[in-house]
Design a protein around this ligand. Structure first.
Ligand code: KIV
Ligand code: ZN
Length: 529
């Protein structure tokens, strides 16, 4: 086996379409709910980085989903915007309504689906196979009345009986589907099987040569990327995936892994995508911030350790030739290697440049705000690393316009002698309020103090702390997730003081919850994977 740091340019490569479903299947991860602003920011970046199709949501599921699909359909410049719909006409019509601005530009796709496996048809749908075939025909035709770009999926496709799968796919094509997507809904397939299904469809289904075949794999057995690539080798030309691999249960195939595998191993797989890979790390960070899901350190491509070399032997090899232990360059995925950085004497210009390198373009006003926070951090921390700046940018406690509650003052008493206490001042809609609370540890006492000043029923589902850099003066990034009547919100904040970061993260989540309550965002309907 040979590895190469560059891709062969002489062999012609076939184009693979990247279909990103971070905002639909990804958002269906328990707790990954994103705000409209976060979705727009992500969609804009996906569009800029060359994603071919953005599945922006499931418009019938909630007002929030409808609005997100609609806004993204208005804003996208190049990508095709897609909305999901079950086979019911009301779903399809609602998707079309949300997608109208994109459909008007010839860039709107309706993605409709229905289950086809014996298990799903019998227990979930309680429909006979004949009824399912009728529903496929009717739903695809309905979608084609709205747009020429219609994708159809047999949910639980990889566990569907082969003859029935061929019949269902043929029905969808005859009704006008232009993309046929085969989901491995429960992450059950193995790569050979994934490839066999695609080959079977190519051999047996009339008209399949006129449509794009797509693959959509879940990661329950850790094979989503392998299954997707096997499907590509067998003839699929669209891959459905998500940033950081987020999605139902164990998630979906990770976009960054698919894209880099095709780029780095062009010698073994003669395909290419249209993705600007230098934006992968930025996309990963933005999605991690919006969902509150940290990226595991050893995550391929975008994990903190993906390009770190710890062992002496590896470091020695790297110094002699980077190709000894690196099969791709950090800069190819947008990782800036110059890690040393700014300090308290650095000026605004240097900060802007550094943030630009990290993928953040700031307006003058935004820079002014970030600079104030940068200086405050630099006063407490001698060296500011790239990761510190990213944490500063990701601090959802500082989101402009969403701060009805702010942490003004916090002093905790902690140590071996209980009870620990927190003396807290919050500014609530311009008015300062103070309380002292006791708890089992400083964080518990702080959260109790917040609850005393802002009474609420939300339940804390997740509390997570991680150190942004090394050293005892490192910033801590705290993520919290809370739930109230089916509404899930996340908050993230960083500070050199872990308890202060915890208070700010909690308050950031509360601010989001208030916004949601105000907008009356309903709890989502039962979704699909
Ligand atoms: O996993 C799945 O089956 C899905 C379909 C809606 C494509 O997400
Ligand atoms: Zn799925």
């Amino acid at each position: 086996m040979t590895t190469s740091t560059t891709s062969p340019t002489d062999t012609p490569r076939e184009r693979i379409f990247i279909f990103d479903t971070t905002l639909r299947d990804g958002e269906q991860s328990p707790g990954a709910t994103m705000s409209l602003e976060e979705k727009l920011e992500i969609a804009q970046l996906l569009d800029e980085m060359g994603v071919d199709i953005i599945e922006a949501g499931f418009p019938i599921a909630s007002e929030g989903d409808f609005q997100a699909v609609n806004e993204i359909a208005k804003l996208a410049k190049d990508a095709v915007i897609c909305g999901l719909a079950r086979s019911a006409f009301k779903d399809i019509d609602r998707a079309a309504e949300a997608l109208q601005p994109a459909i008007d530009r010839g860039r709107g796709r309706i993605h409709t689906f229905i289950s086809t496996s014996p298990l799903h048809m019998k227990y979930k749908l309680q429909m006979t196979p004949e009824e399912v075939i009728e529903a496929i025909d009717a739903s695809v035709r309905r979608a084609r009345n709205h747009t020429d770009d219609v994708e159809w999926s047999p949910e639980d496709g990889t566990r569907t009986e082969p003859d029935f799968l061929c019949r269902a796919v043929e029905t969808a094509i005859r009704a006008g589907a232009t993309t046929i997507n085969i989901p491995d809904t429960v992450g059950y397939a193995v790569p050979g099987e994934s490839a066999r299904i695609i080959r079977m469809l190519k051999e047996r289904v009339p008209g399949i040569e006129d449509v794009v075949i797509s693959t959509h794999c879940h990661d329950d057995l850790g094979m989503a990327v392998a299954n997707s690539l096997a499907a590509v080798e067998a003839g699929a030309r669209q891959v459905e995936c998500t940033i950081n691999g987020i999605g139902e249960r164990a998630g979906n195939a990770a976009l960054e892994e698919i894209v880099m595998a095709l780029k780095v191993r062009g010698d073994a797989m003669p395909f290419e995508t249209g993705i600007d890979t230098t934006k992968l790390v930025q996309a990963s960070r933005i999605v991690s911030r919006a969902t509150g899901f940290p990226v595991q350190y050893n995550k391929a491509i975008v994990g903190k350790n993906a390009f770190a070399h710890e062992s002496g032997i590896h470091q020695d090899g790297m110094l002699k030739h980077a190709g000894t232990y690196e099969i791709m360059r950090p800069e190819d995925v947008g990782l800036n290697q110059s890690n040393l950085v700014l300090g308290k004497h650095s000026g605004r210009h240097a900060l802007r440049e550094k943030l630009r390198e990290l993928g953040y373009e700031l307006s003058d006003n935004q820079l002014k705000d970030v600079f104030v926070r940068f200086k405050a951090l630099a006063d407490r921390k001698k060296e500011i690393y790239d990761d510190d700046l990213v944490a500063l940018m990701q601090d959802s406690s500082e989101e402009v316009g969403s701060e009805r509650i702010r942490v003004k003052f916090l002093r905790v008493i902690c140590g071996t002698e209980a009870p620990q206490s927190a003396d807290l001042i919050l500014e609530i809609e311009g008015e300062e309020r103070r309380t002292t609370a006791f708890g089992d540890g400083p964080v518990d006492a702080t959260f109790k103090a917040i609850c005393a000043l802002v009474p609420h029923d939300a339940r804390l589902q997740l509390y997570q702390v991680h150190a942004v850099t090394e050293g005892t003066d490192a910033q801590a990034t705290v993520s919290v997730r809370m739930e109230e009547n089916g509404r899930i919100v996340t908050g993230q904040a960083s500070d050199t003081d872990t308890v202060v970061a915890s208070a700010k993260a909690y308050v950031a989540a509360l601010n989001k919850l208030m916004l949601k309550r105000e907008k009356g965002t309903p709890a989502p309907i039962e979704a699909t994977s």
